[in-house]
Design a protein around this ligand. Structure first.
Ligand code: NAG
Ligand code: NAG
Ligand code: NAG
Ligand code: NAG
Ligand code: NAG
Length: 641
């Protein structure tokens, strides 16, 4: 009698019993039972003429010699291996029957015609070798397909049509030293095998659909073990493209495409203007184009409309101004014209009965949730200033936002400054430019007052965001959006993030919008386009700095002012004052740069014409003649500091 004292002993005895069972000692070992088992196994097979000598007139084994074909026998006459190879066999591998062969350690059914899923081999926990090569097995394997087969050393599944991932239970086999999976449809990543590295006698997973990086533990194997898997990389195959490189590649593609789009837009703009030979012709063309765009836009908007209909509840226009009212449907149905596509999305002009509206589509406004977005938009809706383009309504969806503004007839400051004119067609004259810059400065001052909590209350101040009404009164657009625009996107595109402080310290300051205003002043006085606005990233800053420097240099040569600017007679002194203000705004060190209040005040003081004494003083010695004469020191502002 065995006394079992505690659970340790119990476990121990269960283990011993299991082990003995595997050795067929406790199983009644009559040959008769093996004969019946094998004949039953055979009965599930078809086209089995190769097994004709499997009959009950003889024993399967005489000692280690097999009497029946396709068997390996042990000394004690037990079957330890089935080697049913090249026999044209078909039918079912009945694993449950094979449980009757207690000595069975190896199964080979290579080069037959078996079909269907992997047989449930894991019922035969003692198997050491499994050879299923070159049949027609198909399908994915269960993750536990090899669970409990801790003795398994060799698995050959090659030349079938298995698919899916390598089962976890296979990768976990700790004694595995031969694995042939080549010529299947396996996919996914190569798992980290549990068996010790360098322990492979055979490893081949070629000609499958594996992907990803080859684990380091397999990198010393022959490349031919991995070939024919298009998605695999890393030693011994070609190195993987790192994800960093991939991201860089994607960024590069995006940058190039955006640049291409911008170039096309600029080109179209120039071509349009250039071809407008006379006002009449231009009008006729405009009409034509409007019709053309209307057709194109209708297609676009119909598609959008479908999207809107799919949008969740609350997908309607929200009016921040009570004096307007129209339905989203009305807006979508209205004849529309593409105005252009900026760094945030496209904008359209929609002709409503109540007046034309501009709809701007933003795709990069996800910095805040819906409630914060609504709050911020309501706040924008409460703003009221003669130099701000009022927000009329907005539309919220997770992926896309629409902001609706009044249409401003006279285009942007950028278009007036930079679009090619026919000879003799005058550019904006000095009094108009002065009026515009005063309006811009007032609008900016208002934003500073209204948004004391915002570091950059405008954030995107540039000539294309200054719109002009029929009186050339300027209206700031795209203001106060930094709290809601995705940070990455903002940093790539918005003017504030091209400032010297952002490129040096990755931070904007309360004086960043002042810097943008300075650039705008330079642009207005010189008529030159800070071309780098079209570029992204930090290099743009260096270019802008170089441009500012060149303006400062040219000032000395007297060539700085825009040749197309008329009405400068008797105003040069004031123009120089404005240039000086621009310089104080563009001072690269934030401490040295003027505060917005000072800038607004100084711009407010400017006049169209020099006062008598100032003018005579300027004319006599070329100095600005203001209370504070220009000295070398004044030009020592270092853009790159
Ligand atoms: C059994 O096998 C032997 C030898 O392989 C053969 O001679 C005999 O005819 C077979 N008997 C039957 C009933 O199939
Ligand atoms: C052998 O098989 C035949 C027919 O299947 C059966 O009649 C006979 O009893 C069997 N003999 C032995 C020894 O099992
Ligand atoms: C079994 O093998 C032994 C020797 O290897 C031989 O003497 C004996 O005749 C064989 N028995 C049968 C039934 O074939
Ligand atoms: C049946 O088996 C024979 C060999 O024993 C093989 O030549 C033949 O192709 C097989 N038939 C089928 C349909 O697999
Ligand atoms: C892997 O299998 C393929 C296809 O059968 C063969 O060409 C290649 O030589 C094998 N490589 C190794 C290392 O066994």
């Amino acid at each position: 009698m065995v006394r079992i004292n505690n659970s340790y002993d119990l476990n121990h005895w269960l283990l011993v019993l299991f082990f003995l069972a595997q050795l067929c000692i406790f199983v009644s070992s009559s040959d008769a039972s093996e004969i019946q088992t094998l004949l039953k196994f055979k009965s599930f097979l078809s086209n089995d003429t190769a097994l004709d000598n499997w009959n009950n007139s003889t024993n399967p084994c005489n000692g280690t010699t097999n009497i029946w074909s396709g068997l390996y026998c042990e000394k004690n006459g037990k079957v330890y291996g089935l080697k049913l190879q090249n026999m044209g066999l078909m039918g079912i591998i009945d694993i449950d029957t094979l449980l009757g062969l207690c000595a069975l350690r190896s199964i080979s059914i290579m080069n037959n015609n078996f079909e269907g899923p992997l047989p449930s081999l894991n019922k035969l926990g003692a198997l050491i070798g499994v050879y299923l090569s070159n049949n027609q097995f198909t399908g994915e394997m269960q993750d536990n397909a090899f669970e409990g087969m801790s003795s398994l050393k060799k698995i050959y599944l090659d030349g079938n049509e298995f698919s899916g991932k390598i089962p976890k239970s296979l990768a976990a086999l700790s004694k595995l030293s031969e694995l042939g999976l080549q010529g299947n449809q396996f996919s996914g990543k190569i798992p980290n095998f549990a068996q010790s590295p360098n322990g492979w006698k055979y490893f081949n997973i070629s000609n499958n659909r594996f992907e990803g990086r080859i684990p380091a533990s397999l990198s010393n194997l022959e490349a031919s073990a991995f070939t024919g898997n298009l998605g695999l990389c890393g030693k011994p195959l070609a190195p993987c493209k790192s994800s960093k490189k991939k991201i860089l590649l994607i960024i590069a593609i995006v940058v190039v495409s955006i640049a291409a789009i911008l170039c096309t837009m600029v080109a179209i703009l120039f071509i349009r203007r250039h071809s407008a030979k006379s006002k009449q012709e231009a009008r006729a063309q405009k009409k034509l184009k409007a019709q053309h765009h209307t057709a194109a836009m209708e297609v676009q908007l119909t598609a959008d409309e479908d999207n809107y209909k799919k949008a969740e509840k609350g997908g309607e226009l929200y009016f921040v101004r009570k004096d307007r009212g129209f339905e989203l449907e009305e807006l979508l149905r209205a004849p529309a014209e593409v105005l252009g596509s900026g760094s945030f999305g496209s904008s359209y002009k929609a002709g409503l009965l109540s007046g034309s509206m501009v709809v701007k589509r933003f795709r990069q406004i996800n910095q805040v949730g819906k409630e914060d977005f609504y709050d911020h938009m309501r706040r924008l809706g409460r703003l009221s200033h003669p130099n701000l383009l009022p927000l009329v309504a907005f539309y919220y969806r997770k992926e896309e936002k629409l902001l609706v503004h009044d249409f401003v007839a006279n285009g942007s400051l950028a278009s007036h400054l930079h679009v090619k004119r026919e000879p003799g067609q005058p550019g904006l004259d000095w009094p108009t430019r002065l009026m515009i810059i005063k309006g811009v400065s007032r609008g900016l001052g208002y934003l500073y007052k209204e948004f004391p909590g915002l570091t950059v209350p405008h954030g995107h101040l540039k000539s294309s965001n200054v719109l002009l009404d029929h009186n050339f009164n300027p209206l700031l657009a795209e203001y106060a959006l930094t709290p809601v625009i995705n940070r990455d996107h903002a940093q790539k595109f918005m003017v504030a993030y091209k400032s010297p402080e952002f490129s040096h310290t990755e931070q904007t300051s309360k004086k960043t919008d002042v810097w943008s205003l300075g650039i705008l002043i330079f642009e207005m006085l010189t008529g030159k386009f800070p071309a780098n606005y079209l570029q992204q990233g930090k290099r743009a800053n260096a270019d802008l700095a170089a441009w500012v420097n060149s303006v400062v240099r040219e000032e000395w040569t007297g060539e700085v002012f825009d040749k197309n600017m008329k009405g400068t007679k008797n105003g040069e002194g004031e123009m120089l004052k404005l240039l000086k203000i621009g310089m104080c705004c563009c001072e690269s060190s934030v401490e040295g740069r003027w505060d917005w209040r000072e800038v607004v005040d100084k711009i407010e003081e400017l006049k169209e014409r020099d006062s008598e004494e100032e003018y005579s003083s300027y004319a006599s010695d070329g100095d600005m003649g203001s209370s504070r004469a220009m000295t070398d020191d004044d030009f020592s502002f270092s853009v790159n500091a």
